[in-house]
Write a protein that binds this ligand. Structure first.
Ligand code: ATP
Ligand code: FE
Length: 329
């Protein structure tokens, strides 16, 4: 079964195709993403411009994905599209496109949750069966879920202020390292001293599993004003951010008894974070190349998981939702 997945939740137009075989294996056949550049001049995403650009690009991105997979549109056996959370106008473009496609092909349609997409991006690397822990570290989320049973999500911790990716972006900006901040920080960090700036571990000593990045951000600003070089700031901030993410997740794994941890979202592309998680001794699964930041293949993978779990197809009259928590905790 070839599943086509669409994500237009923010400023990336993503279309991906995965193959689900009867033995339950999934393979990514294509993954095409158009990253919108128009927003750079405004210093943030302009929702109306994002919607318009999705409309202009989505046909071309879908054709590109079909070409990459060597398929024609009639080879698609199911369609999945993100219905939330995200920018409603942007979401609607991919959601309506996906529903139209499913109806035209007369195949099932699955509305997907964006965070379930980020989590199942890791299904490109290993079979993901509950129970496991899932840490989503992206531009808008720093959420730690326990997944006791397939399709069931319990929120065990979340950021109290900034998301991890947001903190990387803000520290990069104040250090003059450019945008997007995550890759810029990780590149500059290779030339800096991770012990140059003594950041304190946020929420140290807490019994829960929350995160906080605003204190690190303020400390970074003060260190910058006191003359820390961008490279030292980047290396030290990255060390502190990685430490709090890994330590808190390891404690949650011990507390819940989970042995498998999925780490996904844009920040999961970070090399230092991957190395630190690999050293924990837990079975840590990251998304494959190109699947960390927003893309369509991760939505196709979430669709494949829903199909495998026997979830029914979605009704075609469901809408897009800006706010849609994955777990009610
Ligand atoms: P959400 O899914 O929460 O709505 P988003 O989809 O915009 O947010 P992603 O595309 O998953 O977020 O991730 C983007 C974030 O990942 C940015 O904040 C970016 O700085 C960060 N990021 C990307 N690459 C790296 C890296 N190598 N190291 C650290 N952070 C990174
Ligand atoms: Fe995302």
């Amino acid at each position: 079964l070839r599943i086509l997945g669409i994500d237009t939740s923010c400023d990336d137009t993503g279309v991906g195709i995965v193959e689900l075989t009867p033995d339950g294996r999934v393979t990514v056949l294509a993954n095409r993403v158009w990253s919108q550049a128009v927003h750079a001049q405004y210093g943030g995403v302009m929702p109306e411009l994002a919607s318009r650009e999705h409309v202009e690009r989505i046909d071309q991105i879908m054709e590109g994905a079909l070409h990459e997979a060597g398929l024609s549109v009639t080879d698609i056996g199911a369609v999945a599209a993100t219905s939330g959370p995200g920018l409603v106008g942007a979401l609607l473009v991919g959601l309506m496109y996906g529903k139209g496609l499913a109806q035209a092909l007369n195949v099932p349609f699955h509305a997907a949750h964006h965070l379930e997409g980020h989590i199942f991006a890791a299904a490109s690397e290993a079979e993901l069966r509950a129970p496991f822990l899932a840490l989503v570290v992206s531009g808008g989320h720093t959420h730690l879920f326990d997944v006791p049973r397939d399709g069931e999500y319990v929120l065990v911790g979340a950021t109290r202020d900034d998301a991890a990716g947001e903190a990387f972006d803000k520290v990069a900006r104040l250090a003059g390292l450019g945008y997007p901040g995550g890759p810029a920080i990780s590149e500059a960090a290779t030339r800096g001293d991770p012990n140059a700036v003594p950041f304190k571990e946020p929420l140290k000593g807490q019994s829960g599993f929350d995160f906080s990045f605003s204190g690190l951000k303020t400390a970074a600003l003060l260190a910058h004003r006191a003359g820390a070089t961008p490279e030292n700031l980047a290396a030290s901030f990255q060390r502190a951010a990685v430490q709090t993410l890994v330590n808190t997740t390891v404690r949650a794994a011990q507390s819940t008894g989970r042995r498998t941890v999925v780490v996904s979202g844009g920040v999961a592309a970070n090399r230092a974070l991957r190395d630190a998680f690999a050293a924990t001794g837990l079975h840590v699964v990251f998304p494959g190349r190109g699947l960390n930041t927003d893309n369509g293949a991760m939505i196709a993978l979430a669709g494949a998981a829903a199909i495998q779990a026997g979830r029914p197809a979605s009704a075609l009259d469901g809408g897009a939702t800006a706010y849609a928590p994955l777990a009610n905790a």
